[in-house]
Write a protein that binds this ligand. Structure first.
Ligand code: NAD
Ligand code: DAU
Length: 339
């Protein structure tokens, strides 16, 4: 039996990972440590709470005392760090908390792992590589692509990656890093492109598309991401970075039109709005390393995944409606003022 600490497990990918691990490794204990910021939601973990192998602990990864005392209570075989401020637009408005959580919080976890010689996995992002030009479809991000960040969010994630590698080199801490492309699927917070478009379309509200909607993202169904991280924990080599992506590139406009088509809604709902400052043009992952070394491949293509995702939002209206009308807006306004 192993025990795994999942930080940020009440958010989108972390919660999907909690469910994936409870199902895939029924003998393992899964402990979730999450500050429940505006993006964390205990409702998401309701089913996990019924599983005796699961434990939820509310706490902030920047709180050294809380993190170290958790490590005294439990012995972890792995720590997987999903906890982060994750939304690029928010990082442009208010960078500070991104630096605090994403960099300093990661450092606290690394220190706790170092003290306990615990294997650490950092969940990173393809955004650390910057972007690719639209007119060079032959180019992809590999693990050797230089770090070249655009937003405060991606700069904070890249900093955390560098710190993680420094702990490997300097202290010999067993670490791995994964850099993933855009995820989508259940429990995706309705401020991100796909869930926001689904929610707005269902409420017949305008669908805000930045700029001309030509930016390209490489979409990955969240369960495929979870599978990749599990494989890295089991067989990944310490000190290595693994890119995760499934060659599902779409322009934003294509994604929005697909959502509208599935819902049977009019394209007149699309509203082109002011572009995001420093907006990355194209992300595209080369997943050769993880495929060749670990045998990982994505099981869900975009057409299947987006259909399943739209159906999930149709069947779970109260989940996203509670968020849209609820506390997260108040929480955010309290911290940063009205948007
Ligand atoms: P999310 O915003 O949905 O969830 C983040 C979770 O972290 C929330 O539950 C929140 O409460 C928690 N959290 C935030 N600050 C915390 C703190 N100081 N201490 C403890 N918990 C805290 O994010 P997500 O989309 O699920 O992303 C998870 C991770 O994956 C992030 O590290 C992100 O950078 C990375 N990532 C995301 C994507 C994507 O497409 N969403 C792609 C690649 C990488
Ligand atoms: O690539 C991985 C990254 O993907 C993760 O590291 C981030 O945590 C995650 O949020 C995501 O970042 P993006 O900026 O790519 O995701 P977002 O959903 O915010 O935007 C996707 C694209 O859609 C982007 O080109 C901006 C555009 N967009 C977004 C929103 C919210 C719009 O056109 N309109 C919108 O309202």
């Amino acid at each position: 039996m192993k025990t795994i600490l999942v930080t940020g497990g009440a958010g989108f990918i972390g919660s999907n990972f909690v469910y994936y691990m409870l199902e895939k490794h029924p003998g393992w204990r899964v402990v979730c440590f999450d500050a429940l910021t505006y993006a964390g939601n205990l409702e998401t973990l309701e089913d996990a709470m019924k599983n005796e192998k699961f434990r939820f602990v509310k706490g902030d990864i920047t709180d050294r005392k809380a993190v170290f005392s958790l490590f005294e209570e439990e012995r972890f075989d792995f720590v997987v760090n999903f906890a982060a401020e994750s939304h690029v637009d928010r990082s442009i408005e208010a960078p500070e908390i991104f630096l605090r959580t994403n960099i300093l919080g990661t450092q606290v976890l690394l220190d706790a792992c170092r003290k306990n010689n615990t294997r650490f996995h950092q969940v990173s992002t393809d955004e650390v590589y910057g972007d690719l030009p639209l007119d060079r479809p032959d180019l992809f991000f590999t693990e050797e692509t230089p770090i070249h960040t655009s937003s405060p969010y991606s700069a904070s994630k890249a900093s955390a990656d560098l710190l993680t590698m420094a702990y490997y080199r300097t202290y010999g801490l067993p670490v791995t890093i994964s850099r993933c492309s855009n995820n989508y699927g259940p429990y995706h917070f309705p401020e991100k492109l796909i869930p926001l478009m689904i929610a707005n379309a269902l409420e017949n509200k305008p669908l805000p598309v930045y700029g001309e909607g030509k930016n390209v993202r490489d979409w990955l169904y969240v369960r495929d991401h979870c599978k990749a991280i599990d494989m890295i924990l089991e067989n990944g080599r310490p000190g290595e970075v693994y890119n995760i992506g499934g060659h599902n590139e779409r322009t934003n406009l294509e994604v929005v039109r697909t959502v509208l088509r599935i819902l049977g809604k009019s394209e007149e709902l699309i509203k082109f709005v002011k572009d995001r400052p420093g907006h990355d043009m194209r992300y595209a992952i080369d997943p050769t390393k993880i495929r060749n070394e670990l045998g990982w491949y994505p099981e869900t293509d975009f057409d299947t995944g987006i259909q399943k995702t739209v159906e999930w939002y149709l069947n779970n209206r109260s989940w996203w409606k509670n968020i849209i009308s609820g506390d997260y807006v108040k929480y955010y306004e309290r911290m940063y003022g009205k948007r």
